[in-house]
Design a protein around this ligand. Structure first.
Ligand code: UN1
Length: 501
């Protein structure tokens, strides 16, 4: 696969001129070199795009949902045709492994398929009325313009989860991608535009992109013409925008920080466990919101598991994510590296013993930030363990009984993903029960990351409570209307109230 950005853009049908003339500098985390200077939107152009999206809504909401699904089906096909190039672009701009870049595009294709099926299944209920000769039903209607704010770590898939669903639900989309990954976003937008141009029922401005920083981005968040904001990012970001959206009675889907743990029970299959833990902790260089950050190990197997984990860590190839054989690519930038270093210093201050860590390949890539993943054995779940550091740091804790393990797993502010490795059905069932994991995702014998699109994705507590992607997450993108129809010549009142005129 070529690493030449101009060649990749051309194969996606984009003019490489998008890399010139702007003031937003984009660097590849692979070697730190400049990929381009992208033009940004202004407050005025954002305002115009919102106005155009409002106009698009007026017609798109009247297009039958299965026809809306047909547009998304064509977009999924378009992604299939361009999977290799778009996957490579994700790797180039974000630094994740090529396999992971391709996986992300596959996730986009999968959600398109899901949304196409959904476009014929936006079902409402019929409800038994307490009054004779009355029918009650609920209908789901399009909601309006959806603002999507996405993060650098999943620069294309998260937009697709939101857009594919929003579009079949009858909603136009305005996307604010991370300012670290605008080029992949422009590529996605271009692929969509090509499909929409050939689709008669698609109004202009159905899906748009705005390249803006945080300041102008606030205008999108605050705009009453945008009834739903779906935002993925840090808890700090959610804490800022959540109340602002609530203040205008807008809706939000927040997918924020995670601090995901794996519990390893005494009966666990340790081969499976090592593979699951390593993928979860070091995959995507620890930069998934579902990355495994904590390992809670039963004391009976602790001394057997830890050496195996250390051995696996020593064999991990850290290096250029385009090259097959490497399992860990670079961190996104120097800021992420500084955060990792700081967390490791604090962990030692809080009693931790660090294995691994530190910068790698600094001579070969002086302007990029490769690191050795770290395992940190902790005596207790201290402050740093309760914090999300977006880097490959795995904190390890020891436990005696399953109640203690579940209590530790839950005793963090975040609530996104969790897992248990066990062959004990009682432990597994307890973990997934009401008194088990308090997270949005609770897995058994698989890791915390790499969720499929068919389920609802998101989590509780400081993770923000939103759900995106599969299951019935679509309901957040529509408004519910409850109708009661009287087909008699009587006018009985609910609750048996008498009101004789
Ligand atoms: C994210 O990190 O924001 O479950 C999303 C996973 C992926 C999505 C992660 N399917 O790891």
């Amino acid at each position: 696969m070529t690493t030449d950005i101009k060649q990749i853009l051309t194969s996606l049908g984009l003019d490489p001129a998008i890399l010139e003339g702007g003031d937003l500098e984009v660097h590849t985390p692979i070697d730190g070199s400049l990929l381009g200077k992208v033009r940004q939107d202004t407050a005025e152009s954002l305002d115009q795009k919102i106005a155009l999206a409002v106009e698009a809504f007026a017609s798109w909401r009247q297009v039958p949902a299965p026809v809306r699904g047909e547009l998304v089906r064509r977009f999924g096909d378009q992604l299939r045709r361009h999977k290799e190039a778009l996957g490579a672009l994700v790797t180039l701009e974000n630094g994740k492994l090529l396999q992971e870049g391709l996986g992300e595009v596959q996730e986009m294709i999968d959600i398109c398929d899901f949304a196409v099926g959904l476009s014929r299944q936006l079902y409402g209920l019929t409800i038994a009325s307490e009054r004779p000769g009355h029918r009650m039903a609920e209908t789901w209607h399009p909601l309006g313009v959806v603002g999507v704010i996405s993060a650098f770590n999943f620069p294309v898939a998260v937009w697709a989860w939101n857009s594919a669903i929003a579009l079949v639900c009858g909603d136009p989309v305005i996307w604010k991608p991370s300012d670290k990954t605008p080029i992949t976003a422009l590529a996605c937008q271009h692929l969509f535009d090509q499909v929409a141009a050939d689709f008669e029922a698609a109004p202009e401005g159905l899906a748009q992109i705005v390249i803006v920083g945080r300041d102008i981005g606030q205008n999108l968040v605050d705009d009453p013409r945008v009834p739903l904001i779906s935002a993925t990012g840090s808890t700090a970001m959610g804490r800022t925008i959540g109340p602002r959206i609530a203040e205008r009675f807008g809706r939000s889907i927040l997918e924020l920080g995670g601090n995901n743990a794996i519990i390893v029970g005494p009966s666990a299959d340790l081969d499976l466990t090592v593979r699951g833990v390593v993928f979860g902790a070091v995959g995507t260089c620890g930069q998934r919101c579902t990355s495994t950050r904590r390992l809670i190990v039963n004391e009976a197997i602790y001394d057997e598991l830890l050496p195996r984990l250390r051995k696996a860590y020593q064999s991990i190839g850290v290096g250029n994510p385009m090259e097959a054989g490497n399992l860990v690519g670079p961190l996104i930038d120097g800021g992420a590296f500084a955060a990792m270093e700081k967390a490791l210093v604090q962990a030692v201050q809080e009693g931790g013993t660090v294995f691994g860590g530190g910068r790698a390949l600094a001579n070969k890539y002086p302007a990029a930030y490769y690191v050795n993943p770290a395992i940190v054995e902790m005596g207790a779940q201290t402050d740093i363990v309760r914090d999300e550091t977006f880097a490959p740091i795995l904190y390890v804790l020891k436990y005696k009984d399953i109640e203690e393990a579940i209590a530790l797993q839950n005793d963090v502010p975040q609530g996104l993903s969790s897992a248990i490795f066990t062959n004990d059905v009682r432990e597994a069932e307890r973990f997934t029960s009401a008194v088990g994991s308090d997270c949005g995702i609770a897995n058994v014998n698989i890791g915390t990351s790499g969720a499929e699109i068919g389920g609802a994705f998101g989590g509780e507590k400081e993770t923000g409570g939103g759900r995106e992607s599969g299951s019935d997450s679509w309901k957040a993108y529509m408004r519910r209307s409850t109708s009661t129809v009287n087909y008699t010549s009587e006018l009985p009142l609910a609750q048996g109230i008498k009101f004789d005129l």
